[in-house]
Write a protein that binds this ligand. Structure first.
Ligand SMILES: [Ca+2]
Length: 337
């Protein structure tokens, strides 16, 4: 809050960045503009000046418009609610065309989990025009790990039928607590299963802790948190879902959206476009095993992938378009100042 005196009047100024609420007059600007609120106090009124600005050439802001709102001042609104200040500690904006930055990301390769249809490979993730694109492709070739005698679901497959990419920051970047954000456009056709998620650096899944900040399959977005139980490989899930028809269906999915996690020593909160999807206190998230560690009191690394089919993704159908693209504008991590 800054104060300045002009013609004998004291002005109290406070400028904050915000995302316009859904279903407001400003909703159309959510994804194209910076939106700033300048609060200022004149005599006994608090004025809120909403400004829409667009970043141009990295430095200058072009103001596209504004409107003001005046409220009679009382003690409660004289001081805007104290907001937690975050600083950016890491980001990938995907601004360099070519493969994802190897300083940040490692690839998973092959058939990995959940009996998913895709073979993960490097070729399907690339940066272009400021976006990371993870491409699901229909692509048939022999499975190099094929073993007719194996009981392993991946080795039993004679052919690879689909390919995709899965990248993560394991052993490169991890963070304990903070605000994790992705701005992305997700494919929602049959059988597709895009995700932005985290895993704890220590421990065997699920005792290492999993947070699904964005996950989509079979018509729903999911916001999940999982910790361990007394049985190996069995998770305790705290899961919330929302049918995308409630959000606007395919038209909604054709736009970019921001998925966010706010995680501190008290709580994990998951949002899509500022809409709360799931909130769980850390006190509930201890592993229910003999050690009883809390896997959310350790650093987590980030994963981004586009899976297909498998145990959850649903069936790929003849109208599922290929290549299917999961487009990511940025991944940003902020921590409290
Ligand atoms: Ca970008």
């Amino acid at each position: 809050m800054k104060s300045l005196v002009c013609k004998g009047q004291t002005f109290h100024l406070n400028c904050t960045e915000f995302l316009p609420p859904l279903n407001s007059d400003l909703t159309p600007f959510r994804n194209v503009c910076k939106c700033l609120i300048l609060h200022y106090q004149i005599s006994n009124h608090l004025i809120k000046l909403y400004m829409l600005a667009k970043t141009q050439l990295a430095l200058s802001l072009i103001f596209l418009g504004f409107y003001t709102e005046a409220q009679p001042l009382n003690k409660e609104i004289a001081k805007p609610a104290k907001e937690v200040a975050y600083k950016l500690v890491w980001a990938d904006e995907f601004n360099t065309n070519g493969p994802p930055d190897s300083e940040n990301w490692v690839f998973e390769e092959g058939f990995k989990r959940n009996e998913e249809m895709q073979w993960y490979q490097r070729d399907n993730a690339y940066c272009k025009d400021g976006l990371l694109i993870i491409e699901g492709r229909k692509e048939q070739r022999p499975n190099p790990t094929y073993d007719a005698a194996s009981q392993d679901w991946g080795k039993k497959r004679q052919q690879i039928a689909y390919t995709s990419s899965s990248i993560n920051t394991r052993k490169k970047h991890s963070w304990q607590y903070g605000r994790f954000e992705v701005r992305a456009k997700i494919p929602v056709d049959n059988g597709l299963w895009p995700a932005f998620w985290t895993l704890g650096v220590e421990g065997q899944w699920p005792a290492n802790g999993e947070i699904d900040i964005m996950e989509y399959y079979k018509g729903k977005i999911l916001a999940n948190i999982a910790c361990g139980t007394s049985r190996a490989y069995q998770a305790e899930w705290y899961s919330k879902t929302k049918d995308i028809t409630e959000l606007g269906g395919k038209a909604w999915a054709d736009q970019f959206h921001v998925w966010r996690m706010d995680w501190d020593e008290n709580e994990i909160a998951l949002y899509v476009d500022d809409l709360v999807m799931n909130k769980v206190p850390l006190s509930k998230l201890k592993n229910k095993d003999s050690k009883g560690d809390n896997p959310f009191m350790q650093p987590h690394y980030i994963l981004l992938n586009l899976a297909m089919g498998g145990l959850n993704g649903g069936d790929i159908t003849s109208d599922t378009p290929f290549p299917a693209r999961f487009e990511v504008d940025y991944v940003r991590v902020y921590q409290k100042e």
